[in-house]
Write a protein that binds this ligand. Sequence first.
Ligand code: SF4
Ligand code: SF4
Length: 432
Amino acid sequence: MSGLLKEKLNYDKTFDCVQCGYCLPACPTYETMEKETHSPRGRINLVKMVAEGKATVEDLKEPIEKCLGCMACTTVCPTNVQYGAIFEGAKEVIDEEEAKSKPKPRKLMEDFFFQSFFPSSKWMKSLGNATWIYQNSGLQKVSRRFGLTKRAPLHIHEFEAALPSMPSPKKRKDRASRYVRKRPAAAKVGFFTGCIMDSVFFESNQNTMELLLRSGAEVVFPEEQTCCGALHAHSGKIDTSIELAKQNIVAFEEESFDYIVNNAGGCGARMIEYDALFESGTEWHERALHFVSKVKDISEVLVEMDGLVFEKELQRTVTYQPSCHLRNVQKVENEPLELIRQIPGLTLKELDRPEFCCGSAGVYNIVNYEDAMDILDVKMKDVCGKNPAGVVTSNPGCLLQMKLGIEREGLSREIDSVHLVDLLMEAEPRPK
Ligand code: SF4
Ligand code: SF4
């Protein structure tokens, strides 16, 4: 095997794994698929074998594709194996190998999605506006009535049913790029809007901004910001994800911020690891470290600022489904729970296995639908056991997946799935 391939596969890092198996009970795919090759230990071993020429890239493909990238394995590993780097390296090698034989139309479509669609705020706005037209023109009613969405590929009709109501194009257009305060601000926040959050969950972004304003912060939306690059990295497009990271670093250097705030677990997890994309000692590494030092999830900032009291009693029971990337990569565990507990009247019943992934994992639930549903079924058993009226979460993918899980259980009249910021706004926060 060439040295370059060994390097791309992070061969050196695979030796940190001592094959102890502590990670096995933490891995959702090992639990539902019951195969050693679909466990963290098995995947690491396969990567090592491919790097040594004892197995082929083809052998690696399915086990890596079926990995959720949830990083639950890294939280229990006693030798601190860098599974994330091994996983992304394997994805990159698989993607390069596939590119040689990929049919042209598929390649063109992938290029469009990864290079034009996700990084473009214009395309993202268009997606939100098109969905608004679909929901408000009567098209949605017609297509549901005649079962047209059921004919769409990739189980799109199930995801379509879980979409929230979109705001009008005017409301999107009216959002300013800067919200200053008359009195001195408690903090200056650069808001990272995210692709899916800003197109599909625009109202949650608005609520996030409102919570920051009521906490006493000033909020700026840097215009040159772009996609965080998480989807690209998880699809093996490492070079593009590095370019996106650079663009974000530049965009948030335009002004001096106390915090760079996001409300999507997956985006935040990508951004707090930007420094790992650059060689230590280089200028970009320094700039990335500065960026990373400011990146925070909204729950961390709200707890740190401690500027809100919640006035409205919400007399119901909820449970909390943490985003894997928020919990396992950003290590944000307590802050969302602390905020939920501040809401008067609300009862919080914690899940038995909050660390178990819901099966969303970027586009995993679209490309590996059946496997994702097996994982979701395990999650829903835990959720239903708490008998809640709401599932609170903090990542767009988890939010849609939980809505889907609730639909699948036939409980959409009894249970709702909400983003943490939407729940907090419902409790009518006011400045302290
Ligand atoms: S817990 Fe860590 S060291 Fe042990 S098998 Fe899993 S990855 Fe390897
Ligand atoms: S990232 Fe998640 S699914 Fe993948 S090996 Fe680790 S625990 Fe299993």
